[in-house]
Every structure is written in structure tokens, then in C-alpha cells.
Write a protein that binds this ligand. Structure first.
Ligand code: VGL
Ligand code: ZN
Length: 199
């Protein structure tokens, strides 16, 4: 019997697709202000997809949580999170090993002190930008699975995109045990394709 060689998932990436790296920032990685367990492990997987997108001329989107010092989501302001991703601080920077292509679309979120904003699509014009480029299908990874990735995937689906979640390229905060699993199920039910193998 000839050996069957599986087609790598990344070979499905098409020139008309977009790869979206949600908030791959220092503060969401171990040692950061709001560390996601194993958060840094998403970076090499995201790089694989970003590099492949570069080869194909596909769209790359990179977003960042971009808070003012007095953002409403901070405990100091009555919110639930430690101070994190404050504009122009080191913790708000992209992970130093992330590949950031020259042509990437950058989305900065939650800069309004009075409003929380988790989805890359809310008020950013990202949906319109992607449609203008002819993008219909997106491949999403990043941090955190149970917050900004979840919100981004659900809004992308609501906007009519075909959405693939790259599981090896995301990690959950899991403030409550099972949050990550619950988020995955929610995204699956909403129509996202959950990709267990992202290489
Ligand atoms: C995020 C919590 C607070 C995220 C942002 O990027 O998932 N999570 N702010
Ligand atoms: Zn935040």
C-alpha cells in the first residue's frame, strides 16, 4: 500500500484569504501584565501562517489591545482586569518574535477609556477593508481564545465571512475553568470551522 501523505492545513490558505493574528502582545504572554498560560506558544504558529500569506500575497491582519491608562476594564477603574496593554508601553508591543509584514493591516482596539471592545471588527472598518480586497475567508489565531479571539470570530461570522479558528495558534485565559472549551463550542455552533491541526 502506498503511504497516504496528508495535505497540510496551511496548504488550504488561498491568496484571497486573510490571516488574522489577534493581540499577539507582550502583556498577554507569560511574564506580561495579563498573562495567558502558554500565550507565547502561539507566536511560531502564527508566524507560519503569516509567512505563507506573504508567499501567496494574502492579507495579514494584526490587532492590538490599545488602552489608555484609565481604561474602564482595569480594576483601578472598577473593571475586572489588571492594567494591561497601555498605549506606547512595552507590554502593549507585539511579541518580539512575531513576524510583522510591511503590508499588514493593523487594528488598534479599546482606546476609548469608557468602552471595552474585544472584537477586531467593532468600529474598526476591518470588515469593509477585507470585503474591498475580495476576502471571503479568514483564518484566525491569537490571544485570548475566550475573549478577543472569541469576539472577533463571532463578529466575523455575523458579517458573513467564512471563519476558520486555528486552535494551535490560540490559548485561553480560563479565568473560570472551561472558559476556553466553552468559547470553542460557541464558535463552532455559530459556524466557525475549528482546525485542530494548523500546520
Ligand atoms: C483581552 C482581556 C482584556 C484579549 C483584552 O485580547 O483577549 N482580554 N483585554
Ligand atoms: Zn484589554
Amino acid at each position: 500500500m502506498p503511504q497516504t501523505i496528508g495535505t497540510a492545513m496551511i496548504e488550504k490558505l488561498h491568496a484571497n484569504d486573510a490571516v488574522i493574528a489577534v493581540d499577539p502582545q507582550i502583556d498577554f504572554c507569560p511574564g506580561g501584565a495579563l498573562p495567558v498560560p502558554e500565550g507565547d506558544e502561539v507566536i511560531p504558529v502564527l508566524n507560519l501562517w503569516i509567512d505563507r500569506a506573504g508567499e501567496l500575497g494574502a492579507t495579514v491582519v494584526i490587532s492590538r489591545d490599545w488602552h489608555p491608562q484609565d481604561h474602564c476594564s482595569f480594576e483601578s477603574q472598577g473593571g475586572t482586569w489588571p492594567v494591561h496593554c497601555v498605549q506606547n508601553t512595552r507590554g502593549a508591543a507585539y511579541h518580539p518574535e512575531l513576524h510583522v509584514p510591511a503590508g499588514a493591516i493593523h487594528v488598534s482596539k479599546a482606546a476609548d477609556p469608557a468602552r471595552e471592545s474585544l472584537s477586531d471588527f467593532t468600529g474598526s472598518g476591518l470588515g469593509a477593508s477585507l470585503r474591498r480586497k475580495g476576502v471571503k475567508r479568514i483564518w484566525v489565531g491569537g490571544l485570548a481564545l475566550d475573549y478577543c479571539v472569541r469576539a472577533t470570530v463571532l463578529e466575523a461570522l455575523a458579517e458573513g465571512f467564512e471563519v476558520h479558528l486555528l486552535l494551535p495558534a490560540t490559548r485561553a485565559v480560563n479565568v473560570n475553568a472551561g472558559d476556553g472549551e466553552q468559547a470553542i463550542e460557541e464558535m463552532r455552533v455559530a459556524g466557525a470551522v475549528i482546525e485542530e491541526d494548523a500546520s
